[in-house]
Design a protein around this ligand. Structure first.
Ligand SMILES: CC(C)(COP(=O)(O)OP(=O)(O)OC[C@H]1O[C@@H](n2cnc3c(N)ncnc32)[C@H](O)[C@@H]1OP(=O)(O)O)[C@@H](O)C(=O)NCCC(=O)NCCS
Length: 326
């Protein structure tokens, strides 16, 4: 038997920064409300000629370099995204082409804000099973492209990407356990209504703003504050660890109040909860690997530390993973 470790991390956010003040100037919301209720001060926005795959490639290149590998060493690319370049083919295939990593298999994962945890878990299983050796898992999104910039809900998201390279290691180190779950009963609470097979694009769907995300804010809050602690407790129980054993929690970044509520619910000191949504907003699939990359590069995480990744996304989808850092 073998386990799985992270051997490289990387991230990328587009150059253009959109501040709360600029949103306030457009008369949609205001800085004080956004900071108090969401915790975001600014977010990055992709340039016109940047698609999700471009953000993914930039983060992927950095993670591969960090791992001391070349693009030719990667045998599988998984991209977690809710904003693919095109409905088909997968963004992972476009990333493979841009990386010139033609030896690698490639596919996308669709679990929105929990997509990275889903992709990470699938990749880990494929390494443990012996099918693949070096997997690039990328979380990348450009929600600015499905944001209704005439709605007050434009405050929540930013564009960004993060990536990790996974490889095998001895059991007892690296990934100690992970857990995935879903509840499709909430599928309509956060959604993009048109553009799929249910309601293809038409003049009507465009007129009715149905290609932008729509959100039931209360349902998001209630779901996230329930399932994030639930997912973390489940992996802790599976691995025989306690909340006090956690050195660093790298959670999805939906909203500062959701994160504070979850920390209180779990009884974990907030200093152990990593946060960067003030500078990036919610980058959806990108949040966890982007935050992990920042935390690793800051030197906070030491070998032997217990690191927990946890996310919740539309669907609902959620999951958590516990890593003993190598
Ligand atoms: C969005 C959220 C703050 C709204 O709070 P709520 O009490 O559930 O919802 P309401 O619609 O009743 O709004 C409460 C007040 O905030 C105001 N408000 C809501 N969104 C606003 C915005 N973007 N800008 C300014 N004011 C806003 C409303 O006008 C209302 O004001 P009022 O009390 O003066 O009428 C809360 O539901 C939440 O935090 N949800 C999680 C959303 C999230 O994290 N999404 C990102 C991940 S998917």
């Amino acid at each position: 038997m073998k386990s799985v470790k992270i051997i490289g991390t990387g991230s990328y956010a587009p150059e253009r920064i959109l501040t709360n003040r600029e949103i306030e100037e457009r008369g949609l919301s205001n800085d004080a409300w956004i900071v108090k209720n969401v915790g975001i001060r600014e977010r990055h926005i992709a340039a016109k000629d940047q698609a999700t795959s471009d953000l993914a490639v930039a983060a992927g290149i950095r993670a591969i370099k960090d791992a001391g590998l070349s693009n030719k060493d990667i045998d599988l690319i998984i991209v977690a995204t809710g904003t693919p370049d095109r409905p088909c083919p997968s963004t992972a295939c476009i990333v493979q082409k841009k990386l010139g990593a033609f030896q690698a298999a490639a596919f996308d994962i669709s679990a929105v804000c929990a997509g990275f945890i889903y992709g990470f878990s699938v990749a880990a299983s494929l390494i443990i099973s012996g099918n693949y050796e070096k997997i690039l898992v990328i979380g990348a999104d450009t929600f600015s492209r499905i944001t209704d910039w005439e709605s007050r809900d434009c405050v929540y998201f930013g564009d960004g990407a993060g990536a990790v390279v996974l490889s095998s290691c001895e059991v007892g180190k690296g990934l100690l356990g992970c857990f995935l779950a879903a509840d499709g009963r909430g599928y309509d609470d956060f959604t993009v209504k048109a553009g799929g097979s249910e309601e293809p694009a038409s003049i009507e769907t465009i007129k009715n703003h149905k290609h932008y995300f729509s959100m039931n804010g209360k349902a998001v809050f209630n779901s996230a504050t329930k399932v994030i602690p639930m997912g973390i407790r489940k992996v802790l129980a599976d691995t025989g660890l306690e909340v006090r054993d956690i050195d660093w929690l790298i959670p999805h970044q939906p909203n500062i109040n959701i994160l504070k509520f979850c920390a209180q619910e779990l009884g974990i000191p907030f200093e152990k909860v990593m946060v960067n949504l003030d500078r990036y907003g919610n980058t959806v699939g990108g949040t966890i690997p982007l935050l992990l990359d920042e935390t690793v590069k800051s030197g906070k995480i030491k070998p032997g530390d217990i690191v927990v990744l946890a996310g919740v996304g539309a669907g609902w989808t959620w999951g958590a993973a516990i890593i003993k850092w190598v």
